[in-house]
Design a protein around this ligand. Structure first.
Ligand code: PMP
Length: 346
């Protein structure tokens, strides 16, 4: 065996417990269908998109995002999912050994990206009301702070006051992950990316936009900041087809996306009512899923999988304990999930 990188020895491959299930509510994707413009692009795709390299830095998508976000293309970066954005932003702004602070609990990939980039992870527990502890995050002195609003896996939002406080006082970059903003009641924090030199707001086509299989994420920030992230990104991170689909969906399918997101929110609240009837207490949610604290959640999720329903189980989350995360979906799927849950709780 050749010698390997010591700090990589305990990095696990990403493998949420999963077997193919008829009803999969485990990854918060759009289960309401495929955006029409994506289907049109796919059917009309040229074989050149297969044999030729794509554009290095996705200029068409950058222009479309710029128009959508009210910024110039230089203020936009794209990547292979918002995963790629987060990874590149960490690498762009931290030398190995420096510190990345993040709220805890949050998106599971964040501590992993910190390991992969050789930086120190400083998790900072959320407050009892699920807002961030701005002072504790700032006290880490970290040159990159990651925030997620609405947060995965809790589904809860962050207060503008606390986010602004962090953005104003942080010594370096603040990454604000808005993968779920399309399901939130407020407008999100894109204005901070437009107005502040140190805030990078990330978005994704994988959730409300229904393109998880195409792997497209984007972010907006000050052009000087984005230029650094583009260096860490490198060229050719999107395929020609991914770029064309994302561009078309962003410019043409706004209404389609909004209508599906709205249905996801309606069904999420209907699901909440049914869960309360079962004596469960889901956290308030601004996303397209509910987090349901439940001791022994892993066992319950296993039993649900035996009934062909996949939901995500978490163990010992800071401030929450064990919990299930259940994605919103067309109501018949949620009914099937509820039936499986009722049987699995017995
Ligand atoms: N951020 C959050 C909070 C997420 O939940 C996810 C996906 N689960 C991502 C980023 C990454 O999404 P993608 O790479 O598909 O854009």
């Amino acid at each position: 065996m050749i010698s390997t990188r010591a700090s990589y020895r305990d990095i696990p491959l990403y493998s949420p417990a999963k077997k193919p299930c008829r009803v999969d509510l485990s990854d918060n994707t759009n289960l309401f269908g495929t955006p029409p413009a994506a289907e049109r692009v796919l059917r009309a795709a040229s074989l050149r998109a297969v044999s030729a390299y794509p554009a290095g830095y996705s200029p068409d998508l950058r222009r479309a995002v710029a128009a959508y976000a009210g910024v110039t293309p230089e203020a936009v970066t794209t990547n292979c999912g918002s995963d790629g954005i987060i990874d590149s932003a960490i690498r762009a702004f931290l030398e190995p050994g420096e510190t990345l602070a993040f709220m805890d609990p949050t998106f599971v990939m964040v501590p992993l990206y910190s390991k992969m980039n050789g930086v120190k992870a400083a998790p900072v527990p959320l407050r009892a009301d699920f807002d961030i502890d701005a002072e504790a995050l700032l006290a880490t002195g970290a040159k990159v702070i990651y925030l997620c609003a609405p947060n995965n896996p809790t589904g809860t939002g962050l207060s503008r006051a606390a986010v602004e406080r962090v953005a104003e006082r942080a010594p370096g970059l603040v990454i604000l992950d808005e993968a779920y903003v399309d399901f939130a009641s407020g407008p999100g924090f894109l204005d901070l990316a437009r107005s502040r030199p140190n805030v990078l707001v990330t978005r994704t086509f994988s959730k409300a936009y229904g393109l998880a299989g195409m792997r497209v994420g984007w972010a907006v920030g000050a052009p000087a900041l984005v230029a650094e992230v583009e260096k860490a990104r490198g060229p050719y991170m999107l395929t020609a087809l991914s770029e064309a689909m994302a561009t078309a969906v962003l410019t043409e399918d706004g209404e389609w996306v909004k209508a599906r997101a709205s249905e996801a929110v309606t069904n999420r609240e209907r699901l909440r009512g049914e869960l309360m009837e079962l004596g469960l207490r889901p956290l308030p949610s601004e996303a397209n899923f509910l987090m349901v604290p439940l001791p022994g959640a892993t066992k319950v999720a296993e039993r649900m999988r035996e009934r062909d329903v996949n939901v995500r189980a978490f163990q010992g989350l800071t401030g929450v304990g064990d919990a299930l995360r259940i994605g919103s979906a067309p109501w018949p799927l949620l009914e099937t999930a509820l039936a499986a849950l009722r049987e699995s709780l017995r």
